[in-house]
Design a protein around this ligand. Structure first.
Ligand SMILES: Nc1ncnc2c1ncn2[C@@H]1O[C@H](COP(=O)(O)OP(=O)(O)OP(=O)(O)O)[C@@H](O)[C@H]1O
Ligand SMILES: [Mg+2]
Length: 531
């Protein structure tokens, strides 16, 4: 008689007794209760069955020839395969010492012979349940540990578990890779000695020290850590305290080598600077082009004061040829000469300022003053275009932060486009330039004309470089405007007014609100903006 009944049952119970009569009674008691029952009539057999089947419960007789129940129990507990099963001793020995000995050897329970079947059934049921749950719990724990190990192994950041003195108790494979040695060689080492130069190189204390000693979470980027071979690398780390019931047990450190990251950040920065440089260069070229186109207008504009100066100088000379020259009239004429030369030099100053490279950089500026200056500038062009420019603005308009030359370049481009569109439409309605507050953080500038109106395909193409509908146009005006306004943190766009013509707008951040989004929030329904 050795084994097997109820093959499908989940819980296995091993019955061990040298007396066949006892075995029979036990078997009869437990059969049909849903257990898989195994039977052994001596110790060796019991151990063999237990090792092969790992029963949840073993009902074990103490008094057996050859090997007694105590020894069986001892050996069961020594075998990892069977160590967790619940051993319930069965014996006629009902003295306390026998029981204590059984429990000391790892027994879970004790049933005195002659036993009551109800008692056997109840105890087997309880122990089977406990062992079942324990095994499930262990299986789940193993699963979790497996998951945890897989996660820790697959993480590219190095992870250390440190005790409160900084001794490495745990390291994942990535930590070994970063340090340049197998994980085993890291365990037991001092984290601070391993990864940092002497404390004197770190007068503010070594990184992670505060976490280990005082339980304060900390982290830093771009600190220098050492590999085991003494070479250094830039690192980022985060240290969190290991707490158990508020008691500090060291720290967990997550760290990584950021050499490649810093390198790509540097490359990105360089690329950004290059783009910025090219953008500035393009804007400058575009300013030079505009000046070239306006050259005739400027020549005319400068010529006027020069002619006036020549005339006043002639008058002055004639006055001085007289016997008693009227000195006060002479003074007045010289004042006029001075005023005219100021007028000429003002035009030249404006041109020189506009052509400057690079642009001056952002500053706090008044939009109305800038628009007024731009109007005078554009009026030189107006002589070729015949039209007018009217500037209006809200009282108490706040100042903005922007590059004055670049904003002037944008305004001038838009005004020149508007003047050109007005001329093409043979219209004499002036171009309206206005500025007002939009929301709390933006000043919105609009340039409105009553010219030919925007071309059909404007939505897709208007701001594309080299898109032009003009014979003499280059198509870089609006493309430049867009990149300049983006650089100021603003938005640029256009609308098609219902009564014809075109309206272009751009926004600039109010001083003190530079970081806030500068959206042209109150633009009309049919508008397209670029930001
Ligand atoms: N106010 C406007 N009214 C009608 N069409 C306009 C207006 N402003 C721009 N456009 C259209 O947008 C196109 C592109 O303008 P953009 O200023 O970029 O180039 P351009 O004026 O043609 O040449 P340039 O490079 O000399 O400025 C113009 O050719 C024109 O078709
Ligand atoms: Mg243009």
């Amino acid at each position: 008689m050795t084994e097997a009944v109820c093959e499908n049952s989940e819980v296995t119970v091993l019955l061990v007794d040298d007396n066949p009569q006892n075995l029979k009674v036990l078997y009869e008691t437990l059969k049909d209760k849903g257990y898989r029952l195994l039977i052994a009539n001596e110790g060796e057999k019991a151990l063999d069955l237990a090792h092969r089947h790992q029963p949840e419960v073993i009902l074990l007789d103490i008094m057996m020839p050859e090997m007694d129940g105590y020894e069986v129990c001892q050996r069961l507990k020594a075998d990892p395969q069977t160590a967790d099963c619940a051993v319930v001793f069965l014996s006629a020995l009902d003295d306390l010492q026998a029981k204590v000995k059984g429990f000391n050897l790892g027994g879970a329970d004790y049933i005195s012979k002659p036993f009551q079947s109800q008692e056997v059934i109840a105890r087997v049921k309880t122990h089977a349940r406990v062992i079942r749950l324990e095994r499930e719990l262990q299986a789940r724990n193993r699963e979790l540990q497996g998951d945890q190990a897989r996660i820790l192994n697959s993480i590219s950041e190095g992870i250390y578990g440190l005790d409160e003195n900084g001794i490495i108790e745990f390291a994942n494979p990535a930590a070994g890779e970063i340090a340049g040695v197998p994980v085993d060689e890291l365990i037991g080492r001092n984290f601070f000695d391993t990864h940092f130069a002497t404390a004197s190189d770190n007068p503010d204390g070594l990184p992670v020290q505060m976490t280990c000693r005082q339980g304060q979470a900390e982290g830093q980027r771009d600190i220098r850590m050492l590999r085991m071979d003494g070479s250094g690398f830039p690192a980022e780390y985060r240290a969190t305290p290991k707490l158990d019931n508020d008691e500090l047990h060291g720290a967990v450190v997550v760290f990584r080598d950021i050499t490649a990251e810093l390198e790509s950040e540097r490359e990105l920065q360089e690329a950004r600077e290059l783009v910025q440089e090219q953008r500035d260069q393009l804007a400058h070229t575009s300013r030079l082009t505009t000046m070239g186109e306006m050259a005739a207008g400027f020549a005319h504009e400068v010529n006027q004061p020069l002619t006036a100066i020549t005339n006043y100088a002639r008058v002055a000379k004639r006055m001085m040829g007289k016997e008693s020259p009227d000195l006060s009239l002479l003074q007045e004429t010289l004042d006029k000469i001075e005023a005219q030369s100021h007028r000429a030099s003002e035009i030249i100053r404006r041109i020189r300022r506009f052509m400057k490279k690079p642009a001056t950089g952002k500053e706090v500026l008044s939009v109305p003053a800038l628009l007024e200056d731009t109007r005078q500038f554009a009026e030189v062009d107006m002589r070729n275009n015949e039209g007018g420019i009217e500037v209006t603005f809200d009282e108490d308009l706040p100042e903005v932060v922007a590059d004055p030359i670049q904003v002037q370049q944008v305004a001038l481009n838009l005004i020149r486009n508007a003047l050109e569109a007005t001329r093409s439409a043979d219209s004499s309605v002036p171009v309206e330039v206005s500025a007002r507050l939009a929301g709390n953080s933006c000043v919105r500038v609009e340039v409105r004309d009553h010219g030919v109106g925007l071309p059909e395909e404007a939505e897709e193409k208007l701001f594309h470089p080299f898109y032009t509908t003009k014979d003499e146009g280059m198509g870089i005006g609006l493309a430049t405007c867009r990149s300049l306004i983006q650089a100021q943190g603003g938005e640029i766009g256009f609308e098609r007014p219902e009564d014809g013509g075109a309206r272009f707008f751009f926004t600039l951040p109010v001083a003190g609100a530079e970081g806030e989004p500068c959206k042209a929030s109150d633009s009309a329904a049919e508008s397209k903006s670029e930001s």
